[in-house]
Design a binder for this molecule. Structure first.
Ligand code: ADP
Length: 442
């Protein structure tokens, strides 16, 4: 590589030599021949540089396909430098391509479909699994709008909502029976990664599990009712004089009733779990529902507790009365069962920031903080024997949680061991139905 000084030294050799010779000629032969000599050689030099420029331009038009012009002097250095840059560029490009291929191979091996979407949801790239999931062709469909390729209304809506915190479950996505779990991850401003996972097998197993529990519960129901009926009849028979037999029949009756409660709760859960069982919505008169629950609670408590009902709001909600009744009644029954005699229980219907809330507060045994996150799991109990003694199935709060989810409501549990608990269900504002006076003034 030549230095700047070198460059100027070499660049000025010719003009200086030409000037010197021209001056010599001027002294020997006069000004005109000297000027002519100077002009001709200058012109020849200009033509030479133009030719070199032409060669350079010709080579740069296709540097990969044509050999670099080789020359001597100043141009030699320029051509050599450009050639070096091209070579480096080629190596760099090959490295980038290899890295890109590596990335593509890695994403192709992912057990999930990946589609890269631009700001306007056009496909930029996708892996082979995404091709299968959405019926795409990763070469042909580049630049296509994704909603043009995957047209399910739920998917189009999910994309338009721009709230990607929860995945979308897409059933029958491209072929019947295919279930996809879809997640959109925003990146680099407004671009998105669309990740799809085939949940068909998992969904099938889940359905089998649900059907199995529902079928077993259903099958057990009739024999249990029959056995229970006979046990009750035998127990009440005046001719039964054997104390031992009477006690045994009493215990048998208790156990069959417990099994009946279990079976009923399992059936309720199966119904709530069933994806085909959509929520049947109606206007639910909360005041009336809570008054009925309050009376039921009083009967269950048998005057062992002080029960209060506070109806601070008279708004109704849009929901399913039967499901809400079942969930609220579980909360009331729990408050009674886990509050010692003389304790206080308050049922409250109120509003917080436009959200209707139902809460049950008790002054009962309370719950240690480590148990709270697990209470809504099926059969999770803090104290197994207390739950059994009071007729619990371990499924009550699981039912409450399901019903709350189906109403997009939030179940909140606040509790202090030894002091009491508050269970609240907060409904979204969109489920609040206006009061009659609000309707009249609207
Ligand atoms: P269970 O039929 O056992 O009551 P749940 O699902 O209704 O089942 O409740 C799960 C567990 O949560 C109960 O076993 C109990 O330990 C605890 N729990 C529920 N409600 C209360 C409450 N009001 N006070 C104290 N513990 C409670």
């Amino acid at each position: 590589m030549i230095t700047v000084i070198d460059f100027w030294r070499r660049a000025l050799v010719f003009p200086f030599a030409l000037l010197l010779v021209s001056l010599l000629l001027w002294a020997l032969a006069g000004a005109l021949p000297a000027a002519l000599f100077f002009g001709v050689f200058l012109l020849a030099r200009l033509v030479f540089h133009l030719r070199q420029l032409g060669l350079l331009e010709y080579w740069l038009a296709d540097p990969e396909g044509r050999p670099a012009p080789d020359d001597t002097g100043l141009w030699e250095e320029v051509f050599a430098r450009l050639n070096r840059m091209m070579r480096l560029n080629r190596v760099e490009r090959a490295r980038h391509n290899a890295a890109l291929q590596h990335m593509e191979q890695a994403t192709s091996a992912l057990p999930e479909g990946v589609v890269m979407l631009d700001e306007a949801d056009h496909i930029e790239w996708c892996n082979p699994l995404a091709e299968q999931h959405f019926g795409l062709d990763c070469v042909r469909d580049i630049g296509q709008q994704i909603t043009y390729m995957a047209r399910q209304p739920e998917f189009v809506q999910y994309l338009a909502m721009r709230n990607f915190s929860e995945p979308l479950v897409l059933r029958g996505a491209r072929q019947d029976g295919l279930t996809l779990s879809i997640k959109l991850i925003p990146y680099s401003g407004n671009k998105k990664l669309l990740i799809s996972r085939d949940n068909t097998r998992f969904e099938r197993i889940e359905t089998m599990r649900r059907d199995f529990v529902a079928n077993v519960s259903h099958e057990l129901r009739t024999p249990l009712t029959v056995v229970n009926g006979f046990v009750e009849t035998l127990h009440d028979m005046p001719s039964l004089e054997n104390d031992m037999a009477r006690r045994a029949l009493h215990l048998m009756g208790e156990q069959t009733q417990r099994m009946e409660r279990l079976v009923n709760d399992l059936l309720t859960l199966s119904k709530l779990d069933n994806a085909l069982n959509a929520l049947q919505e109606e206007k639910v008169d909360m005041a009336a529902l809570l008054r009925a629950l309050y009376h039921e609670g009083q009967a269950l408590s048998g005057n062992r507790h002080s029960l209060q009902l506070e109806l601070e709001s008279s708004c109704a909600v849009l929901g399913n009365a039967e499901e809400l009744r079942s969930a609220f009644s579980n909360l009331v029954s729990n408050a009674i069962r886990y509050t010692p005699q003389g304790g206080e229980i308050m049922l409250r219907w109120w509003e917080q920031d436009g959200q209707p809330v139902f809460s049950v507060r008790d002054s009962g045994i309370g719950i240690a903080p480590q148990h709270i996150p697990r209470l809504t799991e099926r059969f999770y109990r803090v104290d197994r024997s207390r739950s059994r003694e009071t007729g619990g199935t371990g499924l009550g709060l699981a039912i409450v949680k399901h019903v709350a989810n189906r109403h997009q409501a939030r179940l909140e549990i606040a509790s202090e061991e030894g002091k009491g608990s508050t269970f609240s269900i907060a409904f979204p504002a969109k489920r609040r139905l206006p009061l009659p006076e609000e309707e009249a003034s609207a």
